[in-house]
Design a protein around this ligand. Structure first.
Ligand SMILES: NC(=O)c1ccc[n+]([C@@H]2O[C@H](COP(=O)([O-])OP(=O)(O)OC[C@H]3O[C@@H](n4cnc5c(N)ncnc54)[C@H](OP(=O)(O)O)[C@@H]3O)[C@@H](O)[C@H]2O)c1
Length: 334
């Protein structure tokens, strides 16, 4: 075991896109667990878009260790509920070591053929967000057309693959580069995809879905939402998951300028937060694990190696440097 632990704290509020100067790496002795707790050495850290909003005034405090989802290994324990060697999911990321109480940790199943990192991606909150948006919010039906934005990211790549398993007939994705468009159609089974930099979203989507769409899974907001409202057929549904095009701007977007079409076309637009659906986690695992085993669903992820690169991974994810779920590996995986 190393003698030093490291963590990242935020030292200033980002103006627009966050930069390395907004963060500091801090070193401290590896903590000793108190009775009733266990010491975890982190293996994988998740960096997520919601963290950008948490960095603004009124959310995360400056000068304290940042938080986020993580998977690690118990290396010292003062509680019978967490045994040394067990792999656990918890919410103390942005650090190499964490002291957790049993109520704060979920013991993961023993290692199988499914990669451990999947529990931060398609089998974790990311996959759960996609699954809830499609099954509980949009309620996708077999034969329907589904459009997904930020489709080559963590939630988007899971949503595309899950929509297919739910029987969606035509799945369309938007992403930020030609390479990602190729990834969507050639690796993830999307029927059509476009790079949203190539023109107005409404036009690009109109070309990719000339018959219209039934469901829009919105990760982006703004112009994407406006284009999707245009393309939605009567009684279509929008599962509004996120608005990543706006997180750095701090300004509300002028789009969608066609919101009243929600009335004219009898659309349903519903926002949701995955934290209100944690009870669906077992259902997600029951649904996806056989498809992961059969290879029908891919664990789509970008793994950045080294604790030193956690800030780069976070800012890079906001710029679209990831394909699939962005994960940081900070120690050796079993
Ligand atoms: N409601 C919930 O409970 C919940 C839970 C988890 C996540 N979310 C939301 O789901 C969305 C996706 O999250 P994720 O964790 O899977 O992240 P992600 O999609 O893996 O990463 C963010 C992606 O956003 C895209 N992006 C950045 N700026 C953009 C812009 N101006 N326009 C369009 N795309 C842009 C980038 O891809 P490109 O290269 O394609 O631009 C980037 O890869 C986010 O909006 C997030 O807030 C919501």
């Amino acid at each position: 075991m190393t003698s030093a632990a490291r963590f990242v704290q935020q030292v200033s509020r980002p103006q627009g896109a966050p930069t390395a100067g907004n963060f500091a790496f801090v070193e401290a002795p590896v903590p000793t667990p108190e009775p009733g707790t266990a010491l975890v050495e982190n293996i994988y850290l998740s960096v997520d878009p919601y963290m950008r909003e948490a960095m603004d005034e009124g959310h995360w405090e400056l000068g304290t260790p940042l938080e986020g989802r993580s998977i690690g290994r118990v290396i010292d324990s003062r509680t019978p509920e967490l045994a040394v060697g067990e792999l656990v999911f918890h919410r103390y990321a942005w650090r190499t070591h964490a002291v957790v109480r049993p109520s704060e940790a979920r013991v993961l199943p023993p290692l199988t053929d499914i990669p451990l990192s999947a529990y931060l991606g398609v089998l974790g909150g990311t996959g759960l967000t996609a699954y809830v948006g499609l099954t509980r919010i949009a309620r996708v039906q077999p034969g329907e057309s589904v459009f997904i934005s930020a489709a080559a990211g963590g939630v988007g790549s899971a949503a595309g693959q899950i929509a297919r398993l739910l029987g969606a007939d035509r799945i369309i994705g938007s992403a930020g580069s030609a390479a990602k468009v190729k990834h969507l159609t050639e690796r993830l089974g999307f029927d059509a995809a476009f790079d949203y930099h190539d023109g107005p979203v409404a036009e690009l989507l109109g070309r990719a879905a000339p018959e219209g769409i039934d469901v829009y899974f919105d990760n982006v907001g703004g112009e994407h939402l406006e284009g999707a409202i245009d393309a939605l057929r009567e009684y279509g549904r929008i599962a509004w998951c996120g608005a990543v095009s706006q997180y750095n701007s701090g300004e509300p977007s002028a789009a969608p300028r066609n919101l009243y079409d929600v009335v004219c076309k009898s659309l349903r637009l519903e926002g949701f937060l995955v934290r209100n659906y944690r009870s669906v986690q077992d259902e997600l695992e029951g649904f996806l694990v056989p498809h992961l085993r059969s290879g029908q669903v891919l664990v789509d992820e970008t793994v950045v190696e080294g604790f030193d690169r956690v800030v780069d991974a976070f800012t890079g994810m906001l710029r679209g440097e990831n394909t699939g779920k962005m994960i940081v590996q900070v120690s050796e995986a079993p």
